[in-house]
Ligand binder design. Sequence first.
Ligand code: ASP
Length: 376
Amino acid sequence: MSKSPNATQNIQRRRAVPLVLILAFIAVPVIAAAQEIKPATEAAAVARPNIVIIGTGGTIAGAGASSVNTGDYDSAKVAVDKIIAAVPEMKQVANVRGEQIFQIGSESFNDERLLKLAKRVSELVKQPDVDAVMITHGTDTIEETSYFLNLTLKTEKPVVIVGAMRPGTALSADGPLNLYNAAIVAASEEARGKGVLVVMNDEIHSARDVTKSNALKVETFKSLYGPLGVVVESKPYFYRLPSRPHTTATEFDIDQINGPLPEVDVFYAHASMNPKMLDAIAGLGPKALIYVGSGNGSVADYMEEPLKQVSAKGIVVVRATRTGSGLVVRNGEEKDDENGWIVTADQNAQKARMLVSLALTKTQDPKAIEAMLYKY
Ligand code: ASP
């Protein structure tokens, strides 16, 4: 009786089993011997990227009087090398070294400090032995610094900004894990070419969109259109790409920007304003004024004439919204064409201020500046 094809295959498989076992006995000691030649740690060291961590201060470098002080503490106290030493797990991810550039609360960032930081990052990313740069930064103005770097750095290398909402001395301090996660992102191939990133609270944000939304919570950083991704169990997961031009694709180059940035002031609208405030600001001679109006950037009837006078002095008037989100509509409720005003598009006032200041290094034409607000 002839055997069915299935029965033949079964016999062949049974014969094959001892052969597989023999091969396994030979292969395992060979692989083990190969591993002995190159210790695992040495092999990993060769593969690890080099990351420079620039320390600027902030709560991630903060210290409180006791472990229960989460909101009452001094920021900018601990040196960046100590912050790095407190997270030895980072050694498994990258070869990291620290560089202290400032020791300040980020509310104290001004253009001079911003330019110094940006130029240093630009120098570092040009070095072939630097694969990525991280910046420890106070959370108050991360959104402005990161946006400025996102618009002016000419690099594909990962640049990751990180901070903390609780000082390292607090119970449940968030700094160490934020720092570790930032290193995971900075060391990853996926972070290349995505612009400047902000890593906080297990999330990866684009510098363009991220904003601090709460004065105390660890989940304070929000992106209006959602984060780009998350970090889970030492792995970055990206789900979106930034759609607006950044870093190598912009017309701004930090290496070409010298001296102070053009002054752009901000006026915050509220009920019962003093119109003379606008005259006073105009008298200081800014190149542009961001008028943060209520709702869709609305201008109160009694503020219209003083605001027109600001434009008449050659100061670019930009309407923004104080609501925190939403496109400001050109010629919607306000007569922008008639008054010579422009709008921020969807950007918040503090980020629009950064972009308008950069735009003014290229042009004084309000329409061209507005085009950049829509573009970036
Ligand atoms: N004021 C601090 C700063 O921005 C707050 C923080 O880092 O969370 O430097």
